[in-house]
Design a protein around this ligand. Structure first.
Ligand SMILES: [Zn+2]
Length: 150
């Protein structure tokens, strides 16, 4: 089996919320990309309801790009404790934390989930702005660290 980087992280040793740079790769033409874990919740102790993580996904898609315009993708982790972020170029953890704090504060000022409709989403009924606010608020209060271990 192919070795997957995130499977080698000891999830019992980390302390959320944190941002971790988990990859930097160069393509054949010299372009570089940076990859991050945006861990909101403590692994195997807490989990976001699907409506919360889904609505945060829609909200962060726009707000994070206002701060980091080289973002390729932000996707929810299947375990529902956070997100993956991939961007072109040399992006640093501090840049991501700053963008995340900016974005989550904007989430708190937003009363509507963007693109939550049948045309633009694959499960538009499964959204909750209230839960998005709750988990954004929780993460802001604790604060994202660049130190990932307990
Ligand atoms: Zn959707």
């Amino acid at each position: 089996m192919v070795k997957v980087e995130s499977f080698s992280l000891d999830h019992t040793k980390v302390k959320a919320p944190y941002v971790r740079k988990c990859g930097a790769q160069k393509g054949v033409n010299g372009d570089s990309i940076s990859k991050f874990d945006l861990r909101f919740l403590q692994p195997n102790e807490e989990v976001m309801p699907t409506a919360a993580i889904h609505s945060l996904e829609h909200l962060l898609a726009g707000f994070m790009r206002e701060k980091i315009d080289t973002i390729i993708d932000i996707s929810p982790m299947g375990c529902r404790t956070g997100f993956y972020l991939t961007a072109w170029g040399e992006v640093e953890v501090e840049d991501v934390i700053e963008a995340l704090e900016y974005s989550l504060n904007k989430v708190l000022d937003t009363e509507e989930v963007p693109a939550a409709n049948e045309l633009q989403c694959g499960n538009y009924r499964d959204h909750s702005i209230e839960l998005a606010h709750e988990y954004a608020n929780k993460a802001i209060k604790k604060g994202f660290s660049s130190e990932i271990f307990k």
